[in-house]
Ligand binder design. Structure first.
Ligand SMILES: [Zn+2]
Length: 165
């Protein structure tokens, strides 16, 4: 590991600790040449298998690009999208898999997106779960209302659904 300060080709590990509930190791390193310290983070590689069968590294920015369109015109900030992508990655890593189908990444997005914005969720779900009819939308909306009525999926400050007023 090159020293990022002086490009020396060697560094010494001075401390290692588990982070993110054990899904990563953070190492504190010191350059024996210039004496400065820097950190590295080691995680298992997580591959996404595309429909073509090609594997590529999991990418948070691809998750964000995937949901951005569904969030158009909605009160969703770039920070919200970054946090959603982080949650998706943490959930997938927590499940302990080393590779995952691209379609399953889409499914892993559904729940955090539902909490973030219900309209964006419906748009996204209609594509990923291949809604084919109005009934599919009605079913999804009914589920959202039932969860909201139970108080499990309603974000703070969100409006009650019409049926609950
Ligand atoms: Zn150095």
């Amino acid at each position: 590991m090159y020293c990022p300060f002086c490009r020396n080709a060697d560094s010494r590990v001075v401390d290692s600790r588990l982070v993110d509930d054990g899904s990563a190791i953070r190492r504190r390193r010191q350059c024996p040449d210039c004496g400065r310290r820097f950190s590295t983070v080691e995680t298992t590689s997580l591959s996404v298998i595309k429909r073509s069968g090609v594997a590529e590294p999991f990418s948070r920015s691809k998750v964000i690009n995937g949901v951005r369109k569904a969030c158009q015109g909605r009160p969703v900030s770039e920070d919200d999208l970054a946090m959603l992508a982080q949650e998706v990655e943490e959930n997938i890593r927590a499940s302990g898999v080393a590779e995952i189908d691209a379609h399953e990444v889409g499914l892993a997005i559904l729940q955090p997106l539902q909490r973030l914005d219900q309209v964006a969720y419906l748009r996204f779900a209609s594509v990923y779960q291949a809604f084919e009819s109005l009934e599919d939308f009605e079913t999804a909306i009914r589920q959202l209302r039932e969860e909201a009525a139970r108080g499990t999926a309603l974000p703070a400050g969100a409006q009650r659904p019409l049926s609950a007023r």
